[in-house]
Design a binder for this molecule. Structure first.
Ligand code: NAD
Length: 488
């Protein structure tokens, strides 16, 4: 039974409620987890508040904080196989993906550990005679951190590592359906030896635990990764005490392919862009925008490759893609496919559950491609978050960029061409937090990640990812104090 971690103790939910954690490949119960609610969240917030206000963590030198954060990276590397297997059991993703996640996660902890002692503040030129001015960065305080189910530990790492490196205290809330690796890493953080109350973990639903984190006036910052509607609700709730907010929301990411792109590379990358992790990726390249002159050849090659994708058990080495996360989520994807058909998009391939008897207990859905799509269709505009690609055509560079930008989202996008000037021109005009040229998906700890438009507020990773977890303070000193006699 997976418990919560509050004020340095492993505890059950106050209500004693428990939730079954399901493997989406076969619906087997793989664990049970405490099911907390607002009362448990309140206890965790109080512990984090006390540890921040009266504990030693925020005043610990950056070099020492960095050493502790680095220790987490080392422990993750030590337990990589166990963590990867847990992530695969909990999410259905392939073991190869989970292992790659764990490498990235350790890298994120290493990166922020290295930044922990690099910002000594700045002395600035004061326009006032006989004065000194300096700018320092301090931890924000108690941080509520809410994560989704698609990259459970990766998304948590992007939040935990900078928050701790900067000297904050945290209350983590993983998705209620995929808490297992976050529980395990909380054990590793206990092993690393943080002071009591610095790290807290509350398990349970968004409507109770998550809402309490967004609402509580004892929380100074809320960092959320998840869907756009939840993000909007959290933003409203967090306004009660004007919390700092960081929101990493969805995407409907365009992938522009010009006729002069390297054909095999562009096809291969377009396939990976949308069908990796069954499309359950915020930066999935779900909108293919392809130049008219190569359209037919390109989609035919994509169809052939999409039909070959091997669905199966994520634990088996030959599996290329796992199931969707839940029955509800598969229904949502199926509903979008129906919408696409009704809107007049042409279903080229997929559009159904697989018939393979071995896959019947899992939440599988076939890789699906719609052609003849237009920008006014819901299937083109809304985030499906599943293995569904829409294809639009273009004639001119200007038209390609216009189609790419025609979205409420602005998370990421890509452009494929061998004309580097054209690529740079398009990248400059694309309204997204990340633009890839002749590639799709790379992200790493050193580069900031986040969205334009409704894809979010703020940045994770990179130096901005640490700055999110700091407040900036200007300290002004009059070195020759004397009366100013403004009032006689
Ligand atoms: P979700 O919004 O349903 O849930 C995310 C988290 O929020 C969960 O922990 C959930 O329990 C919690 N939550 C739900 N309601 C809440 C409320 N009222 N108050 C506080 N917390 C609440 O999202 P999901 O379905 O778990 O994840 C999929 C979404 O996440 C997709 O839209 C995807 O694009 C997005 N995502 C974005 C990024 C990014 O980096 N931008 C990364 C991964 C996923």
């Amino acid at each position: 039974m997976k418990q919560m971690y509050i004020d340095g103790e492993w505890v059950d939910a106050q209500s004693k409620k428990v939730r079954d954690i399901i493997n989406p490949f076969n619906q087997e119960v793989i664990a049970q987890a405490a099911e907390g609610d607002a009362e448990d969240a309140k206890l965790a917030i109080a512990a984090a508040r006390e540890a921040f206000d009266h504990g030693e963590w925020k005043d610990t030198p950056g070099a020492d904080r960095g050493r502790k954060v680095l220790r987490i990276a080392e422990l993750i590397e030590r337990d990589k196989e166990e963590l990867a297997e847990l992530e695969t059991l909990d999410t259905g993703k392939t073991l190869e993906e989970s292992r790659a996640d764990m490498d990235d996660i350790a890298g994120v902890f290493r990166y922020f550990a290295g930044l922990a002692d690099k910002d000594g503040g700045e002395v600035i030129e004061s326009p006032i005679p006989n004065s000194q001015s300096k700018v320092v960065r301090e931890p924000v305080g108690v941080c509520g951190q809410i994560t989704p189910w698609n990259y459970p530990l990766l998304q948590a790492a992007w939040k935990i590592a900078p928050a701790l490196a900067a000297g904050n205290t945290i209350v983590l809330k993983p998705s209620e359906i995929t808490p297992l690796t976050t529980v395990k890493v909380t054990e590793l953080m206990e092993e690393a030896g943080f002071p009591k109350g610095v790290v807290n973990l509350v398990l349970g639903p968004g409507a109770t635990v998550g809402n309490e984190l967004a609402e509580s006036h004892d929380v100074d910052l809320i960092s959320f990764t998840g869907g756009i509607e939840t993000g909007k609700r959290i933003m409203q709730t967090a306004s009660g005490n004007m919390k700092n907010i960081a929101l990493e929301l969805g995407g409907k990411n365009p992938n522009i392919v010009f006729a002069d792109a390297h054909f095999e590379t562009a096809v291969d990358q377009a396939l990976n862009a949308v069908f990796f992790h069954a499309g359950q990726v915020c930066s999935a390249g779900a909108r293919l925008i392809v130049e008219d002159s190569i359209h037919d050849r390109f989609v035919e090659e994509l169809r052939v490759r999409a039909e070959r994708i091997k669905l199966g058990n994520g634990l088996h080495e030959d599996t290329e893609s796992g199931p969707l996360i839940s029955a509800d989520h598969r229904e949502k994807v199926e509903n979008y496919v129906e919408i696409g058909k009704k809107e007049g998009a042409h279903l080229l391939v997929g559009g159904a559950r697989p018939e393979d008897p071995e896959l019947q207990d899992g939440f599988f859905y076939l890789p699906t491609i719609f052609t003849e799509c237009t920008t006014d269709m819901r299937i083109v505009q809304e985030e499906v978050f599943g293995p569904v690609l829409t294809v639009e055509r273009f004639q001119t560079e200007e038209e390609a960029v216009k189609l790419a930008n025609d979205s409420i989202y602005g998370l990421a996008g890509a452009v494929f061409t061998q004309d580097i000037d054209k690529a740079e021109r398009a990248a400059a005009k694309m309204r997204m937090g990340t633009v890839w040229i002749n590639d799709f998906h790379p992200y790493f700890a050193q580069a900031p990640w986040g969205g334009y438009k409704q894809s979010g507020i703020g940045r994770e990773l990179g130096k901005p990812g640490l700055e999110e977890y700091t407040e900036t303070k200007h300290i002004f000193r009059n070195v020759k104090p004397e009366p100013i006699n403004w009032f006689k």
